[in-house]
Design a protein around this ligand. Structure first.
Ligand SMILES: [Zn+2]
Length: 432
């Protein structure tokens, strides 16, 4: 019997703490989001049901029109950024407004998904009261809807009046148009005039925020060797052939660099034999060989993933040193590197930005928002901005199975993530 009053007291205390940490305005923002949860789900359904595979240019543009319409309702001015035809990409949606109060916020989403029209990816389907599935539902149409609803909530209460907000939904995040210096030029330029970037890619649950993401480069290893009758292999005259040397080099990579934290390198294709045609663009090889011929050439292509630019450069140097050092008799090798997406280094500034989310989460009674493991996320558009402004990512919708048919969204967490985003943006626009 004595325990009951204690529990009641604890609950009262909890309610008091909870209600004290949110202002009346913030409580109203939450109430608005709650009252519009059906609208959020309807918008999600509408967006998911438009196929917008990166190469489906009409579909990406149509998805852009839907979000432009909704962002206009949030009081933003929208425009479409076209790319040169040679890039074969739809372009990007930008929505913005200028003000002179608070942090200048740059918000990132993307309109495209990995699912092209000929792929088996279904429409919006509710599985039960807490889960729905559909093409790109969490990566990242759910995240785009989080952005839209959060801004609409603030606009409905006239809270964006003096705020400076740029929303940038790229149309080719999953397969960005090459070169990135063209497809991401406008994106980077606009972001550089802002104070910080918020990425609304898939949330890893309610309590994790990305303050770092790995970048990737690629590499190509070419090994050539003397050819001849296999009976002579290992001998002074014939040497070891290209295949043995390649095997040795790959193994050296793994032995010397394989245990470094956040560094990975995956040989994705290898081709060797006596006759070979290698198509660079398609990464396709036609090879023939004979067991009694020493192979004269091998090509290997792989990726390289890293957390800092320094880690990337050091790895490149060490791999190049392995390749040029003491090749097996009769062989020679060279390696070349191609830089893809930069990394988003987990900086102090990024972590300070995460603490804003952490505070909002705690004030909402949702618990902490901890820094996630940078090794657990791939690269994303936000990485292009990381060296210019503070960045965090993973603020979008939560779910499972991104990039796979049957991808889901967690509909229980969805409204909470919208509320959290709205409060975060609100507080940032109120700050000095
Ligand atoms: Zn994505």
């Amino acid at each position: 019997m004595k325990k009951i009053p204690a529990l009641v007291l604890a609950l009262l205390l909890f309610t008091k703490i909870f209600s004290q940490s949110l202002s009346d305005t913030e409580k109203k923002i939450i109430a608005w989001v709650k009252a519009h949860s059906t609208d959020a789900e309807k918008l999600l359904e509408e967006a998911v049901n438009i196929n917008s595979g990166t190469f489906n240019i009409a579909g990406v543009k149509k998805t852009g029109e839907v979000f432009a319409r909704e962002l206009q309702k949030a009081g933003l001015t929208t425009e479409w950024v076209s790319l040169p035809d040679s890039l074969q990409r739809a372009g990007h949606l930008v929505a913005s407004k200028k003000g002179n109060k608070g942090k200048k916020i740059f918000i990132i989403g993307h309109l495209d998904t990995v699912f092209e029209p000929d792929m088996a990816a279904g429409p919006f389907t509710r599985i039960n009261d807490s889960t729905a599935t559909g093409q790109g539902i969490n990566d990242m149409k759910g995240g785009d809807v989080v952005v839209v609803m959060a801004l609409q909530a603030l606009h409905s209460m006239n809270l964006l009046k003096d705020a400076s907000v740029t929303v940038y939904f790229t149309g080719d995040e999953e397969e960005s148009g090459e070169p990135a210096s063209v497809s991401r030029k406008d994106f980077i330029e606009r972001a550089r005039s802002c104070d910080l970037a918020l990425g609304f890619e898939t949330a890893q649950g309610m309590n994790t925020i990305a303050i770092g993401r790995r970048g990737f480069s690629s590499w190509k290893l070419n090994v050539t060797a003397k050819t001849g009758h296999s009976a002579g292999i290992f001998g002074q005259g014939a040497g070891y052939g290209a295949i043995y040397e390649t095997a040795r080099l790959l193994n050296r990579f793994r032995e010397e660099l394989g245990n470094e934290k956040y560094l990975t390198f995956n040989p994705g294709i290898i081709a060797g034999g006596s006759e070979m045609e290698y198509d660079n663009k398609k990464m396709r090889a036609t090879i023939s060989g004979k067991t009694n011929i020493i192979s004269p050439s091998v090509v290997v292509e792989g990726d390289l993933r890293f957390l800092t630019e320094k880690q990337r450069e050091t790895a490149k140097q060490r791999m190049a040193a392995i390749v040029s050092n003491q090749n097996l008799n009769g062989t020679s090798a060279k390696i070349s590197f191609f830089d893809g997406m930069p990394s988003m280094e987990p900086t102090k500034g990024n972590d300070a930005l995460r603490l804003w989310v952490d505070k909002v989460s705690r004030d909402m009674g949702l618990g902490p928002a901890n820094a996630g493991d940078p090794g657990s996320r791939g690269a994303g558009d936000i990485s292009y901005l990381a060296k210019y402004i503070d960045c965090i990512d993973g603020l979008g919708a939560s779910g499972k199975g991104a990039h796979a048919v049957g991808e889901t969204i967690n509909l229980k967490e969805f409204p909470l993530l919208i509320q959290r985003a709205a409060l975060l943006i609100y507080r940032l626009t109120q700050s000095e």
